[in-house]
Design a protein around this ligand. Structure first.
Ligand SMILES: [Zn+2]
Ligand SMILES: [Zn+2]
Length: 139
């Protein structure tokens, strides 16, 4: 595993992030269990570490997401949770913006809303007015 740190101000935190990633890999298959990563992130934060939003970019050629039986939708491009965690396999604008939407608390539209990035398949780059309002409300 080759982990590169993009956080210039907190580079001493890199071993903690490496440990989270290593602990989230299932068996020898290089499948990343994002739920395990998230659980361990909470444990790390309980010790006062990594108190900020964490964005991890994993090598899409080497890592897939583990498909746990409890998960209904299989993550392909990335995952994002409101507790401040994004793990990305792909960096196209749609998936980055979609997962960052989850990171700030947006959920998928159910039923789908035409033309919004927060549909499950994230096939556009734009947020609908409802999602924009939710984001603006936070500020
Ligand atoms: Zn999503
Ligand atoms: Zn929307």
């Amino acid at each position: 595993m080759n982990v590169i740190d993009g956080n210039l101000l907190c580079s001493e935190d890199l071993p903690d992030i490496e440990a989270l990633l290593r602990a989230s890999i299932i068996g020898n298959e290089n499948k990343t269990d994002d739920e395990r990563f998230e659980e361990n992130l909470y444990k790390t934060r309980a010790k006062g570490k990594l108190p900020y939003g964490v964005v991890v970019l994993i090598d899409k050629d080497k890592h897939e997401f583990y498909d746990s039986p409890a998960q209904s939708d299989r993550a392909i491009y990335g995952i994002g949770v409101a507790a401040g965690l994004v793990i990305l396999r792909h960096t196209h604008k749609e998936s980055v913006r979609h997962e960052c939407g989850h990171m700030v608390g947006l959920a998928h539209h159910d039923p789908k809303k035409p033309g919004c990035i927060m549909n499950w398949e994230c096939s556009t780059t734009v947020f609908c007015d409802e999602c924009k309002r939710k984001i603006e409300k936070m500020w």
